[in-house]
Design a binder for this molecule. Structure first.
Ligand code: 87F
Length: 515
């Protein structure tokens, strides 16, 4: 992806609306079109879409972005779902500080070592140096766990299940991309402690299932649930599970969210123990899990097209936009009223609908504008529609047009939105599945990698081999690595050999380049 930040500041509006002058100037030419095509220049296309759709504004610090209401609402809708679900699991929200003391941060040495270059520090207040610099949280294990021993004494204090919605800072050096890789990002981080490994194991998968549902049911993006290799797992934990999405245009996998079983590593380091029923002191079992605003970026990449963003109805800020189409001698007021009535009907039916009644933009301009913003359904009302007591609905996903009688507006729009949600998922899945290739040998692997595939291969599960694959595939496009071993494992006939080492294969694993 191109890195020239200055280039990524397209003027989305292409001129103003002409308000203010005496004679009303109606904007006809949209000037809204994208100048890059998704299939031709994916990186530039992405940068342009997020700005033109009014999701992102670039900021004067590299890797930091303003998230505008159009994108934040998507985040909010996902959050509402997730909050309800974790509430059922009796996980409680809380808020820990943004800052970490160096002492706390460095108590956990195993995993922090590799991450150290990404930690940002506050070293000054005003002109004076701080006596002890303080770190800004990159994640909150070391912020939270020092306090767990205060709250966990006996088995009755368990499980402890906390979650926080916050922002974290990781000083990324490579290729910042809005939503996908930013220096500050928003997420939820869950941190839980149990008396037994069994309870922790159950929760890891329950949370992973919620992440799958966010992607598949809300964002209409197919994902693979899987386990990370020893090399790719969170080094501080016991094992890591993830949901993995795939971007067909770039041929790259992308980690969608992670749910870790931390085992007793942190418990040992932070001395988090409890007295069991028999009076024995035991270490707790811990999990941590998170999904971030990266979800939104994956949505843009998977569904967007050459006309801009495409938002699945379940996460769309506005699911329906109603546009009046008043011809010259038409009864404009009656058309505007019909638009307001339609919005009222839809809103009362629980849908998110808006009318665009601005008189300084032409209908054509509005069509392009809302297409760019990815509104799932557009409703047009003109004189003929008014006379026939109907509206014209146009789908954003396939531009199909349907006339709907006013009398059944809400029901039919609901059905159409459900259908759009479903077909976005189906078409994304079809494209993703077409990118999956099962291979048996190294030659097949290299060939599939050249074709930007997500590769399913039998693997001996040895770290040395994984390292070897990385070295052997190094190049301009980045090395291939394991994305995950799917939880849902195909049969592995006896005698199957590892594609890379020729040793007996232990499991199927997805491989590919990744974000
Ligand atoms: C960067 C700097 C310092 C990732 C980092 O995945 C520390 C870290 O610990 C770090 N980048 N990680 C791993 C985060 C693990 C875990 N934390 C809670 C999650 C989900 C939410």
């Amino acid at each position: 992806m191109a890195t020239n930040e200055a280039k990524k500041k397209p003027n989305a509006k292409g001129g103003g609306g002409g308000g203010g002058s005496k004679k009303k100037e109606v904007k006809k030419e949209t000037g809204l079109g994208l100048s890059f095509k998704k299939d031709e220049n994916f990186g530039e296309w992405y940068s342009q879409v997020v700005v033109s759709a009014e999701m992102i504004e670039y900021y004067d610090i590299s890797g930091c972005y303003i998230i505008r209401p159009w994108a934040w609402k998507i985040w909010k809708l996902m959050k509402e779902f997730f909050e309800k679900e974790i509430d059922k699991m009796e996980i409680e929200d809380c808020s820990f500080p943004l800052f970490v003391s160096p002492a706390a941060l460095q108590r956990e040495t195993d995993h922090i070592e590799g991450f150290a270059p990404e930690v940002a520090w506050v070293t000054k207040s005003g002109e004076s140096d701080l006596e002890i610099p303080i770190a800004i949280r990159p994640t909150s294990e070391t912020v939270m766990y020092p306090y767990f021993p205060k709250w966990i004494r006996g088995h009755r204090d368990l499980p402890l299940k906390l979650n926080q919605w916050n922002n974290v800072v990781r000083w990324e050096f490579s290729n910042p991309t809005p939503f996908i890789r930013s220096r500050e990002f928003h997420w939820q981080e869950g941190h839980t402690a149990f008396a037994s490994k069994e309870e922790a194991d159950v929760e890891v998968l329950a949370i992973l299932e919620l992440y799958r549902r966010i992607y598949e049911e809300y964002l209409a993006i197919p994902v693979v649930k899987g386990k990370k290799s020893e090399m790719e797992k969170f080094a501080g934990g016991l094992y890591t599970t993830s949901v993995e999405a795939f971007i067909p245009n770039t041929g790259r996998g992308i980690q969608g969210a992670t749910s870790h079983c931390l085992g007793q590593n942190f418990a040992n380091m932070f001395d988090i123990k409890f007295e069991d029923e028999k009076g024995n002191k035991r270490m707790v079992w811990q999990n941590s899990w998170g999904y971030s605003t990266r979800t939104i970026g994956v949505m843009v990449m998977v569904h967007g097209d050459d006309k801009g963003l495409v938002v699945p109805p379940k996460v769309a800020s506005s699911q329906v936009v109603v546009v009046p189409v008043p011809y010259k001698d038409a009864d404009t007021q009656a058309i505007l009223d019909a638009c307001s009535d339609a919005v009222k009907t839809l809103t009362e039916a629980g849908l998110r609908a808006k009318a665009d009644l601005r008189d300084n933009y032409s209908p054509g301009w509005k069509y392009s504008h809302w297409e760019m913003k990815g509104v799932p359904l557009r409703i047009e009302i003109g004189p003929k529609d008014l006379a026939n007591n109907q509206v014209r609905a146009v789908r954003r996903d396939n531009f199909k047009k349907v006339d709907i009688p006013m009398a059944s507006l809400a029901e039919q729009v609901k059905d159409m939105l459900d259908d759009i949600q479903k077909s976005l998922f189906d078409s994304a899945k079809e494209k993703r599945d077409a990118c999956i290739e099962k291979v048996a040998t190294w030659d097949q692997f290299i060939e599939a990698l050249g074709k930007k595939k997500m590769i399913l291969a039998p693997w001996c599960d040895e770290e040395e081999v994984e390292k070897d694959v990385k070295t052997r595939t190094k190049g301009e496009m980045g090395a291939a690595k394991t994305l995950c071993s799917p939880l849902d494992q195909p049969d592995i006939p006896s005698g199957t050999l590892c594609f890379a080492s020729g040793k007996p294969a232990k499991k199927w694993s997805y491989w590919g380049r990744s974000y």
